[in-house]
Design a protein around this ligand. Sequence first.
Ligand code: SAM
Length: 340
Amino acid sequence: MPEVRDTLARSLASLRISVTDRCNMRCRYCMPEADYVWLPRESILTFEEIARLAGVFAGLGVTKLRLTGGEPLLRQDLSTLVALLHRDARIRDLSLTTNGVLLAHQAHALRAAGLGRVTVSLDTLQPDRLVAFSRSTQHADILEGVAAARGAGLDPVKVNTVVVRGFNDDELVDLIEFGRRAGVEVRFIEYMDVGGATRWSREQVVSQGEIVGRLARRYGAIEPLPRAAAPAERFRLPDGTVFGVIASVTAPFCGTCDRSRLTADGTWFLCLYAARGIDLRDPLRRGATDRELAATIAGAWEGRTDRGAEERLSLADRGALYQVDGLRADPHREMHTRGG
Ligand code: SAM
């Protein structure tokens, strides 16, 4: 089947695969509640099922796979899945997004299995802040994970920081300095009003303009770099240090979005903000052929009109996307289920 395009000519190049909805952190922009409704255990796809779907997607033009979660390193033996996915020569970019807590122990096995690169979420350099913000005491393990990823040869290693006003917006310079020392590129993410972010407010978003402005006051003129396919806009400091900003709130990039998301139970979302996904687990487990699965996927993508982040931008009175009751009614609305 030829490569498919949606109604805005966007290709189906990039698939994020969530391997679990469970997480070992409770970041306040993602999982701030005391308890959660989880996906039923029997609904979670096996590695073989994930690899089969990934193969069908690859046949339709997917070349980039990113494993995510929840926390993907909580899924036992993740390197076995990496090895299965790595076998497919059509997949040119195989990456992982993790909070890094368990990375130090797994980095070598993941690299050996064929993982190419990794992004570690790190919102603060202050261990006590991590406790307050993410209910995690494992700050040292995250730093060790970043170093181990570099040591294992994962390349590049990036660090993602969600910037939240009043929490960590005083650490922009410290994080840039950390990135330089650790040999990793830091990417600042605007705090998004996605499912899970029940405490989101516009005032807490630190915009790309403000982030770059603050860094320019410290470092001098900052040069924007030509935009690549990635969601981050990249900038260069006068000394050559490169950092990125993912401006999903103030400057969404829906027009070039080639991403879709497969949850751990096989629900496929065409947009991070989409109200509903498409169940691929049911046809898969009922014995659908690859051709039938491909027809379902291609048909849905060809009809895709989503511009979720741009639609949010046009709202005059913007608040949290969902309240707790809405998330409990359907955990697929959660960022930790969709994989970020
Ligand atoms: N547990 C892994 C991690 O921490 O990277 C993977 C899953 S996490 C849901 C994926 C990404 O989503 C992380 O970089 C996280 O910071 C980001 N994220 C979650 N909620 C967000 C929000 N409200 N705004 C912006 N980014 C968010």
